[in-house]
Design a protein around this ligand. Structure first.
Ligand SMILES: C[S@@+](CC[C@H](N)C(=O)[O-])C[C@H]1O[C@@H](n2cnc3c(N)ncnc32)[C@H](O)[C@@H]1O
Length: 656
């Protein structure tokens, strides 16, 4: 037992100012706030105008302050800029660390999740069904990655040791800046904002959090997701032993805050207002978006001009957002009264046809928002008692690694529970604060249980393991290394679990693999320096002006993945190599994209490509060797082809 020692006397005199502030805080806690000082550092400050108001002396400045409802903190504006600035990075594939690289649809991305979320915006926009995250809780003990507003990729490259081989250390949130809410809010806000874009319209996000930030998180989610899309706060019991805390109340619970994406991002946002009309006396109804986040090329059957049978008016389809019904299913929907045309009711102010959703349908849907076998039964916010606690998470790591690599990974049963609330068993599940990869473990395990084909995308910073940590002693340099190793071990375990033998049958059918990608700077020089406001179109156009702009060390596969990301293709579509007209081409997603990285192209190749009718054809600009005639000819050949085709059957031709 530690010897009981008298408190050592401190030589320093009382810090009177600090003492006064502490007393003031005791009396008027609401006047204390967080601001940035002239040097841009965060400090705790006193709102003197508010203090005067508390003392009954309202000043003019205080009186004229604009009151408004909402959430403000210093840095919110910069956080918004950060969201809008484009990433100048890429994701480099890493075959040797992956399992079943060529066939898997699971991803493990190593990097800062802000940059990664930005990079995924084009390819994964509206594709993710469920997000589970367990971000830093702002306990004051954990590391919060510093977002450098102007050069976030540079910061990352230094951090990950990709610039000089030596990783740069950043202090924890406590070390010299205090545990500010502001810092945490600035960290989480842009990430949640970008994450929402990746969700499908019917997608849902679950966020683990504890008492430190739960109230801020909920407010922020109200702002980002809309408070009407709030689902629940699920309490999760994390321990049975009582902890020693002020006020004698042991905080044994954490929270899982859940929001749906709702329909805000849909093509048309309709007010959620029910109408009662004479034609449907039994049920009230509301409007909902009749377009879908799908391009005409992906869904040609839904790309048709919709005719209002009553008026004969024609409503053309939007090639970027086709109808949510097909030409064949439209008559049936119309017959059932599910489609409302702009001329149907005088009181409606709509310009294109909309869906009619009956109140009775909403009631059923509200209950099974996440869909489940027990569709009609509401789920309680109280989690079933089988859900594990922190100790189960520790044990799961111990079982896999034989030692406790770090404290408090979430138990697999907790993440499984939320993933299984989603009825879609082929859903994409994203976790961008992955650490020990519990979410991958949950997805792979659940797929084995119910023969599902859910896919995961995990993102984790290569946060260095401290030299004194058990993980470091066990040979792991970074937390990302542990995450990847866990997935490998889980895959081995699942593959061999069946009666101790390799369950080849099942292993063959299920996706027991994952593709590792790492955040790095772009392989294309001009993509490394982008104007924050440049659009993808501008970036692609700008490319043709430069010769020799490709990093000579970049492997073709690295160029391929960067182009996939920037051209909006997922990173897990089929990729084949084809020899066409004597040239090697990458054929992506069953030929939707044809990419030629050869050093020269010919007229014959262009003709052969047109025969194959891809959505996009990309080749190197330098492959024309400055032969403007050849280039102009290629452009004209594609133009001539496109002129004879409907928009969704045209071929987009670009050079890189
Ligand atoms: C609370 S832990 C997640 C625990 C995880 N659910 C588990 O079961 O092990 C949060 C993780 O987020 C990671 N992280 C923090 N900032 C990040 C960032 N900017 N990008 C990616 N990962 C980050 C940290 O390295 C840490 O591993």
């Amino acid at each position: 037992m530690a010897e009981i020692q008298p408190e050592t006397m401190k030589g320093a005199t009382l810090n009177i100012a600090a003492e006064n502030r502490a007393q003031l805080k005791q009396l008027f806690p609401t006047v204390f706030t967080e601001t940035r000082n002239d040097k841009g550092e965060l400090t705790e400050s006193i709102d003197f105008e508010k203090l005067k108001a508390e003392l009954g002396t309202f000043s003019d400045t205080f009186e004229s302050r604009r009151e408004r409802y909402g959430m403000e903190w210093p840095g919110k504006k910069e956080a918004l800029h950060l969201i809008q600035s484009l990433s100048s990075a890429t994701l480099k594939p890493c075959r040797q660390e992956s399992v079943n690289f060529d066939t898997t649809e699971n991803l493990f991305i190593e990097g800062d999740n802000l940059e990664v979320l930005k990079l995924l915006q084009t390819s994964y926009y509206g594709k993710v069904k469920m997000i589970y995250i367990d971000p830093p809780y702002n306990t004051g003990k954990e590391f919060i990655y510093p977002d450098n507003f102007s050069e976030s990729l540079e910061t990352y490259l230094e951090y990950a040791g990709l610039i000089d081989g030596k990783g740069k250390k950043f202090s924890t949130n406590t070390a010299n800046e205090g545990r500010f809410h502001t810092k945490w809010l600035n960290m989480i806000y842009p990430r949640l904002y970008l994450a929402r874009n990746l969700l499908r319209d019917d997608g849902v996000i679950f966020i683990s959090i504890d008492d430190n930030e739960v109230s801020n998180l909920r407010k922020m989610c109200d702002e980002i997701f809309g408070e009407e899309n709030f689902v629940a706060v699920f309490p999760w019991k994390k321990r049975t032993t009582k902890s020693d805390v002020p006020f004698g109340v042991s905080q044994d619970y954490e929270w899982i805050v859940a929001f749906t994406k709702g329909e805000l991002q849909a093509g048309v946002a309709y007010e959620r207002k029910y109408y009662q009309t004479n034609d449907f006396t039994g049920d009230r109804w509301r409007l909902s978006d009749l377009t879908k986040q799908t391009a005409a090329a992906e869904r040609p059957n839904s790309a048709f001009d919709m005719l209002d049978p009553k008026t004969g008016k024609l409503y053309p389809f939007n090639p970027q957002r086709v109808w949510a019904v097909t030409e064949d299913t439209f008559p049936e929907y119309y017959r059932k009264g599910k489609i409302v045309f702009p001329d149907d009711y005088d009181f409606l102010n709509i310009t294109i046809p909309a869906f009619r959703v009956f109140e009775s349908e909403d009631k059923v849907k509200a209950i099974r928002k996440f869909g489940s076998d027990e569709a009609m039964k509401a789920v309680s916010t109280f989690l079933p008692k089988e859900i594990g606690m922190n100790e189960n998470g520790n044990k799961e790591m111990l079982d896999l690694f034989g030692s406790k690599l770090f404290s408090f990974p979430k138990p697999v049963s907790l993440v499984k529970y939320f993933v299984s609330m989603i009825s879609d068993t082929s859903a994409i599940v994203l976790d961008f604060f992955a650490r020990s990869a519990t979410t991958a473990h949950a997805v792979l395990g659940l797929n084995k249980q119910d023969n599902g084909s859910r896919k995961f995308i995990l993102v984790q910073l290569p946060e260095p393991c401290t030299p004194e940590s058990e993980a470091f002693k066990a040979g792991y340099n970074t937390i990302a290394d542990i995450g990847k190793e866990r997935i490998r071990r889980v895959i081995n375990k699942l593959n061999t679990e069946q009666e101790g033998k390799l369950d080849l049958d099942n292993a063959g059918k299920q996706d027991r693999g994952f593709k590792v990608l790492k955040l790095d700077k772009s392989n294309f020089r001009q993509w490394q320096k982008l104007e924050p406001s440049a659009s993808t179109e501008q970036i692609l156009d700008q490319l043709s002006l430069h010769i020799d702009h490709i990093d000579p060390k970049a492997a073709p596969e690295e160029l391929l993945y960067e182009i996939l990301l920037k051209a909006g293709f997922t990173l897990t579509g089929t990729i084949e190599t084809k020899t066409i007209s004597g040239k090697e081409l990458f054929s992506v997603s069953d030929g939707a994209l044809l990419l030629c990285l050869e050093e020269s192209v010919t007229n014959e190749l262009i003709d052969a490509v047109i025969e194959l009718n891809p959505q996009q054809f990309l080749c190197l600009d330098r492959a024309f060797h400055g032969n403007d005639q050849l280039k102009a000819n290629a452009v004209q050949t594609f133009n001539a082809h496109n002129m004879q085709k409907e928009k969704h059957n045209q071929i987009l031709f670009k050079t890189v």
